[in-house]
Write a protein that binds this ligand. Structure first.
Ligand SMILES: Cc1cc2nc3c(=O)[nH]c(=O)nc-3n(C[C@H](O)[C@H](O)[C@H](O)COP(=O)(O)OP(=O)(O)OC[C@H]3O[C@@H](n4cnc5c(N)ncnc54)[C@H](O)[C@@H]3O)c2cc1C
Length: 471
């Protein structure tokens, strides 16, 4: 079977695009945290959309599973094949041309394998901003960002990846190419099919190209690290700053004291930006179309009012881009800083913004009750209602013993999330890791419609089987 797959693929692709050597396949078969491992008959790296279509046509005829893969930075195992060894991993890494940059229309059109940071750089060179920004931006690819509907730190002002796409080109499971590479801002000609493939995690087709929105670059920016006492103070601060700055509030992230302590302990060069430690921190960013002075004035006004209202204990405002990056590096380093502290049980959840503080209070109390001594490190995008609710093992606890609580702790946290009308996957997706949870949280009619669409578009079930949809 595996040899038949390789033989078939070798009639479609040259030797460089077909990887069969076990050592060369290895990096594509597990992800960076080593949580998911799989096997594959072959890894293919097509260089053209025609080659992508040819591989899919062959796989569809032969009923061979295809697992699309971008930068392999996904956090839910969606890009890793199963253990059967039957699948073809279709890596987009060589489909990596920037096709067109259009500053007048504020668009950029790229192949799916272009790395996110490269898109940002091309936009910047054209005097524009591509606002999608996340910790993995040096490795993740636009096709992966679209397929996971990635969020990141720019969502508050610009929306998630879904909001940034104008047109998509998609290779369908039967080998046809859906050419939807439109630059149009308005087009009401029936179903907007591109949104089916955004967030589908490779279960409906392979995204091969995208036209994305660009924005004017802010002319000024100010970032502050703010110490405060409780999540409720942070939420009040958010409401206050949004009221004062409106859409100029482009970032609002929350971190607990333990997050800063881990960062100071484990991130090279990290320093406490404030004189003392505080129970909670907010990283707030204001952008302005007018300039730094305007951004600074808005930030200072927010700080003055919040000190007067006793929301804030202390704050530091970055005076240069370097200083701002130093503050952001603490926030971006949260996951990294947590690793040396042992095992961590993770949740990527969202609740309505107005309920974030209540959720944090309730969930933190609940997990400490469940595993006394555990160390909740709940951080993330407060302004989007999205919290990375990570829980580190108790000091000196046995790693495996702590991880044995994973499902029970998920149940507890997800139960609270659901009670607040939230989502058990805010931005990382479902992949393999949360597939079994979907029937418990998704509206049954929505789930049935998802199955109907899957059946209609991929009747032989070759696209990323075992991901997203429950059996
Ligand atoms: C340090 C770090 C920080 C992160 N921060 C964030 C964050 O802030 N916000 C956030 O949302 N995510 C974050 N992530 C998760 C991850 O970076 C995103 O999910 C990213 O969008 C995945 O892109 P990728 O190219 O690596 O995709 P992959 O991991 O390769 O694939 C992800 C999924 O998309 C599918 N896929 C990939 N390419 C295609 C394609 N062309 N067509 C169809 N399906 C495809 C795969 O089959 C898989 O299901 C972070 C990850 C890391 C490691």
């Amino acid at each position: 079977m595996m040899q038949d797959t390789v033989n078939g693929l070798s009639t479609l692709l040259d030797a460089q695009a077909l990887i069969t050597d076990p050592k060369d396949k290895e990096p594509f078969l597990h992800e960076w945290r080593d949580r998911y491992h799989g096997k594959a008959a072959a890894v293919v790296q097509p260089r053209t959309t025609e080659e992508v279509c040819a591989v899919l046509r062959f796989a569809n005829d032969e009923r061979i599973p295809v697992v699309p893969q971008g930068g392999n930075t996904g956090l839910v195992g969606g890009q890793t094949p199963d253990a059967s060894g039957n699948a073809i991993v279709l890596s987009l890494a060589r489909l990596n041309r920037v096709r067109d940059v259009d500053p007048a229309g504020n668009t950029i059109t790229v192949d799916a394998g272009v790395v996110l940071q490269t898109v940002q750089e091309h936009a910047d060179k054209a005097g524009r901003l591509f606002p999608l920004s996340l910790g993995a931006q040096g490795s993740c690819m636009i096709g992966g960002n679209l397929s996971t509907n990635a969020g990141g730190t720019g969502v508050l002002a610009y929306g998630n990846t879904r909001d940034l796409v104008l047109g998509l080109e998609v290779a369908l499971p039967d080998g046809r190419l859906l050419n939807g590479l439109s630059k149009l801002r308005k087009d009401n000609t029936g179903y907007d099919l591109k949104h089916l493939f955004v967030g589908a995690e490779g279960t409906l087709g392979v995204i091969t190209g995208a036209t994305l929105k660009l924005f004017p670059k802010p002319k000024g920016m100010r970032t502050a690290m703010i110490g405060l006492a409780t999540p409720h103070q942070a939420l009040k601060l958010f409401t206050l700053m949004q009221g004062l700055a409106g859409p100029s509030l482009t970032g609002f992230e929350i971190m607990p004291r333990i997050g800063l302590e881990f960062a100071l302990r484990h991130l090279p060069g990290a320093r406490n930006p404030l004189a003392q430690l505080h129970d909670w921190y907010v990283l707030a960013e204001i952008s302005s179309g007018r300039g730094d002075d305007d951004a600074e004035a808005l930030l200072m006004q927010s700080m003055e009012t919040s000190f007067e209202e006793r929301l804030v204990e202390d704050a530091v405002v970055a005076q240069s881009l370097d200083q701002a990056q130093t503050l952001w590096s603490i926030r971006h380093g949260m996951s990294e800083a947590q690793k040396p502290e042992g095992a961590s049980i993770k949740h990527d959840v969202s609740v309505p913004v107005a309920r974030v503080a209540d959720f944090l209070d309730e969930a933190i109390t609940a997990v400490i009750e469940l595993v006394p001594g555990c160390r909740p490190l709940a951080f993330g995008h407060l302004g989007d209602g999205n919290i990375h609710f990570n829980v580190s093992q108790p000091i000196d606890a046995d790693r495996a013993d702590f991880l044995a609580h994973w499902d029970r702790m998920n149940d507890v946290v997800h139960g609270i999330v659901t009670a607040y009308g939230g989502s058990i996957s805010a931005e990382h997706g479902i992949g393999q890791s949360k597939r079994h949870l979907l029937p418990g949280v998704k509206d049954p009619v929505a789930l049935a419609l998802m199955q109907t669409l899957k059946q209609a578009i991929d009747p032989h079930g070759i696209m990323n089987p075992g991901k997203v949809l429950p059996d």
